[in-house]
Write a protein that binds this ligand. Sequence first.
Ligand code: ATR
Length: 273
Amino acid sequence: MPDHYAVIGNPIAHSKSPLIHAAFARATGQDLDYGRILGDPDDFPGEVRRFLASGGRGLNVTVPFKEAAWALADERSQRAEIAGAVNTLIRLDDDRLRGDNTDGVGLVRDLADNHGFRFPGAQVLLLGAGGAARGVLVPLLESGLARLIIANRTPGKAQQLADLGAPFGPAQARGFDQLEGERFDLIINATSAGLSDAVPAIPEDCLASGGWTYDMLYADTPTAFRRWGQRHGAARSLDGLGMLIEQAAESFWLWRGVRPDTAAVIAMLRHPE
Ligand code: ATR
């Protein structure tokens, strides 16, 4: 019998995780199956209990259950602890559940390893202070960057995130209207503005010459923020497909102790035919 894994969320039909993990399993020769679970928003613990009772070994957790997974975990990694959210549940040998969050490491690896962005010394702007921004905070601050400015429409929330991140690296908070005169080597969009095809109201000239933009959102057509980067002369304007695959690879590693090669899977999803 193959070991059993799944992704749980609501909605879940469009999740690419089953495709990604099936490709990892094929490429590494791991004997596992990976399904999708449309979770009942009112009964996340019951859903997990049933999955474990059926022999499940680990879960990926997506919207809207990441905070519930955090609360359910018997133990958590430090990055998940600070993220306040868990996207990976690991069933330990004694049947307790360990919670981790692989989103931030997925973002940093996509930028640094897949695209060659040099974090050491970089001035980085993180847009947004909701769950998506908080989820990547610790790995970003530990990347070696020179300074992380967190900017949010509601500046108080950016300040809370900067306070949370301060023990891990150089974090500061701003409102969108407090960025005049700043120039960034990398601007990361972690807001949900793109869901309504909007971009955060940041100054037109805050991308440094040769600077990069990264939209954590991934869509089949270029997102509003990716287009913003292209319009503003970004040397690279990336979307979140690589992050999606890198966070999955880190989950796979946590479960199986094997690191899948991600390049082939990125290419497969980028050019599906
Ligand atoms: P997520 O889990 O995607 O981060 P969230 O926790 O609801 O979702 O956070 C959404 C983030 O997108 C917030 O930072 C929000 O800004 P506010 O804190 O001021 O609400 C940001 N956001 C949403 N729509 C936006 C828009 N049109 N322009 C700028 N920021 C926006």
